[in-house]
Write a protein that binds this ligand. Sequence first.
Ligand code: FPP
Length: 252
Amino acid sequence: MLKGDTPQTGEPENTGSPRHVAIIMDGNGRWAAARGLPRAEGHRRGVEALRKVLRAAHELGISYLTIFSFSSENWSRPASEIGDLFGLLRRFIRNDLASLHSDGVCVRIIGEREGLEPDIKALLKEAEDLTRHNTRLTLVVAFNYGSRHEIAHAAQRLAVEVAEGKRDPATITAETLGSYLDAPDIPDPDLIIRTSGEQRLSNFLMWQAAYSELVFVPIHWPDFDKAALEGAIAEYATRERRFGGLIAKTGS
Ligand code: FPP
């Protein structure tokens, strides 16, 4: 077996309660179109769903919640929609940061910050700096994020170390590369949920998802709520997690 083929941050057992849940919040546009509303309204309702799900995650004892809020591929959308999504992120941080902080939420950001507007970069940094020492729940916001870019960037940094003679290529393992990703201290997601019925990862956490359980929910993100999260967790609890071995790591 190649070193590094096991999960990188410890093998989480399936106790029925995922420690880390990651969500692809899909279907805002279709939710709006079905109601004759502009797509922007779907995204706005998506932020409301996010607030509810954050509260539910607290209540359900989830330690890490990762959300895909803007992908590196979303730049191909019309400029007006990109503006709407950036506006929502700005408002979310300005309006919700104080309450996230008082609720003990630690905000982390993954994704490429280079090239983002200076005020967005400053808001992302402010959110991370203010909440750095909070421990109740970690909210990982994937913003301008794409896995291929994240992995390529990690490889690039390792290549520089090799070129500078600081690293022997033979010492590079999967663990080494994993430790150069955007948030190497955060455990791999136990459960990845995608709403709206689509069944793919779309360049989200592809490295970290090696042993994640995937649950696809047929409702659009603005309608996703605590009951839907509990439903996805119930589905997760039925899964046997073997991590490539023979013995199921179940505890539920
Ligand atoms: C997918 O729906 C969703 C997105 C591209 C963005 C998700 C963003 C939010 C919920 C709001 C912003 C988040 C924060 C943290 C402020 P879609 O537009 O692809 O829907 P469709 O597939 O039905 O068109």
